[in-house]
Design a protein around this ligand. Sequence first.
Ligand SMILES: NC(=O)c1ccc[n+]([C@@H]2O[C@H](COP(=O)([O-])OP(=O)(O)OC[C@H]3O[C@@H](n4cnc5c(N)ncnc54)[C@H](OP(=O)(O)O)[C@@H]3O)[C@@H](O)[C@H]2O)c1
Length: 493
Amino acid sequence: MVIFGASGDLTKRKLMPALYSLYREKRLGGEFYILGIGRTNYSDEGFRSYILREMKEFLNPADLEEETMAAFADRLRYLPMDPSKDEGYPELRKRIVELSGAERPDNLLFYLATPPVLYGVVPLHLKKVGLNTPHARIIVEKPFGYDLKSAQELNQIYASVFDESQVYRIDHFLGKETAQNVLALRFANGVFEPLWNRNYIDYVEVTAVENLGIEERGGYYDASGALRDMVQNHLIQLVALTAMEPPAVFNADNFRNEVLKVYESLTPLTEEDFQEHIVRGQYTASEHRKGYREEKGVAPESRTETYIAMKLGISNWRWAGVPFYIRTGKQMPTKVTEIVVHFKPTPHQMFHAAGGEAPKANALVIRIQPNEGFVLKTDMKTPGAGFDVQQVSMDFTYGQLGGVPAGDAYARLIDDCIQGDPTLFTRGDAVEASWRFFTPVLDYWKQNPDVSLYGYPAGTWGPKESEAMTREHGAEWTNPCKNLTNTDQYCEL
Ligand SMILES: NC(=O)c1ccc[n+]([C@@H]2O[C@H](COP(=O)([O-])OP(=O)(O)OC[C@H]3O[C@@H](n4cnc5c(N)ncnc54)[C@H](OP(=O)(O)O)[C@@H]3O)[C@@H](O)[C@H]2O)c1
């Protein structure tokens, strides 16, 4: 396995802990080596001690087994080179030949963990030195392109070097046990399927927010923003899992065909949508937290969105007329990713008509993280006189099944790639379909630089304007911003 960008954040934080956990579980069978590539000048030994040091920080203390870690580190090698220049590639080939002991090595996995500018460059260099062998695979980190045109160009480059079956576009959201469980919940339970359509579902909410800012990623984030960073990939995948048709046979191609069909059925956005159904926000300073514009690497007048809420439609028989409200944001009150399916209320509310409390409509909350599990909200009679009803929750948490496995999404996905299973990786046509849908939003913002951007104090649930968007349908976010204090700090930027 060759990791480009091996001196970087992703490698130490995610890839090495994931590879170590696969090693412990004996899933990296036989002879294998991990060759790190970067411009930083490590020796093999220097790279090993750097990785061992970092793993101590990023591994669960329970997984720190000195002997196993040393044996794992023994498999690490490093080659200092600039992956953007072709000079280093003959040496890379030589190292691979030495390590594999084969004149024509073919059991190769390349991982692109570099900044995205190199995603289109490295494969061409690999091709020049003949490392695009028939069984080689390449994992490419997100973001795959920054709009439709760049994604198409990248796809063309990859198609000129590898077969599509060798290209694994990773998005670690799909590696999460609980994201996959959306499929099990929907397709292994007969009870939901008859209700899973526009006749019974009123609206769907998809939320993926975090209580952190942009950390050290100011340079990247300021040029990217929430739509590119989260919506075009993570959120839309959760929409696809919620909305897709069941594949006739569960395999990689069928599953990915159904995902693609959802993307292709998204109702194209109009000028009215750009203005009324997309809310952009940016966090401002609050008591103990910095504002976005004070972060390192961020332009002082930046108009990059750190929050976005959108209303989407899916134009097909199952979903016509059902709004999907999606939102993501940095510096929110908590970290949570969840899908909430809101069912329609009962057609006639007889208890309410007789003077009792109005029942609330049923909702199914699918918790992707944390507190992984799901909650079904139902109405029950309040004990005592009269016929008041109140909403109660039926909870399932993953703890009841022994917990979410410790090996995280990256371990699962790297293992899948090694096994040659691309199900949970994004296919080239799906990346393009997603960009085809979202690029008009980026174009609109570019053509209208003064499009509204609302400030929200760091640590709150985002701009109030996102409430108005849902109210149009009589809908409400599960965590609305109306409960907040200090609302005077909201302002248009
Ligand atoms: N970090 C995360 O948690 C995370 C999560 C999801 C996706 N990703 C994606 O994964 C990729 C890697 O992320 P990262 O955070 O590890 O990035 P990073 O730390 O900024 O970069 C990784 C390495 O790439 C090399 N590099 C940087 N600029 C270069 C250039 N212009 N030319 C050649 N090499 C260069 C650097 O190594 P040398 O200086 O040694 O060459 C650096 O250590 C990114 O595309 C990111 O979007 C990251």
